[in-house]
Design a protein around this ligand. Sequence first.
Ligand code: BDR
Ligand code: CA
Length: 312
Amino acid sequence: PTPVVLDCDPGHDDAVAILLALGSPGVRLLGITTCFGNCAVEDATRNALRVLALAGREDVPVAAGAAGPMRGQVALGNYVHGVTGLDGPDLPEPTAAPVDETATQMLRRLLTDSPEPVTVVVTGPMTNVGTLLSQEPGLVRHIREIVFMGGSTERGNHTPTAEFNTFADPEALDVVLRAGVPVRMVGLNLTHQALATPAVVERMSAMPHDVGRTCAAWMGFFGSSYERIWEFEAPPVHDPCTIAALLDPDVIRWRDCFVAVELDGTWTRGTTVVDLFGRLPDHAPNVSVAMELDAERYWDLVLAALDALGSA
Ligand code: BDR
Ligand code: CA
């Protein structure tokens, strides 16, 4: 199995990403680090622990991370995910506590202790990873690749051009894009193909356990936000696409491109600039960009993992 650290801001779709990682034999989840984003970092940490309690996997260590970005104002996504960041069904209270280390301390330890390079998956703002690599650039040799959900080849969601995670900490993403580490970007252009249709939600709610039923109820809350704000008929379940990419090389089609993130811009701060057609010949491709999702394969992976976890 691929050793993975998941850096996240749960968040309904982050929660499904955690469950996908836990329920899939192809991934070994070494730890979870949290960040502000969908909610304040305290809530993100509590939510990560509640999801682990739901899964009966409180052995996975959780470390609390950044409360705000490397520069600028804190942006929060409570308008999508509710006051707690994970509104909707009741969840078990955690019995475990976060570890006695910060996110960057635990991430550093897990990277350097691992006998093989670790895959770092980021499904929230890039603050923890950007901060660590700016302090200690040599750590990239312990990282196999960074796979992140954020940005887009097209338009944004938080602003007309910027996706939420890249808007929330563009400087941190900029550090990662320049770090000389393999990076894969799973942006909105891909995740808007990962829709939890009524048929998908029905498969979740038909599962004879709390993991399936809870996911179905999360999709209800998340779906009503997406309908209200962006007029989606079904919610795009962004974050688990990153984990799915590790599990099945054929679930996503990729394209190598030069990617930068706008740090200034009167209207466009946090927007990813993706050179799909090689218009910037002085800038070699630095990111593998997710282009096309096999949605059927994706949902089969996610639902199989949820069922395995819930039935365990
Ligand atoms: C991203 O922002 C959050 O709302 C989701 O958890 C996802 O990581 C989508 O723009
Ligand atoms: Ca997220």
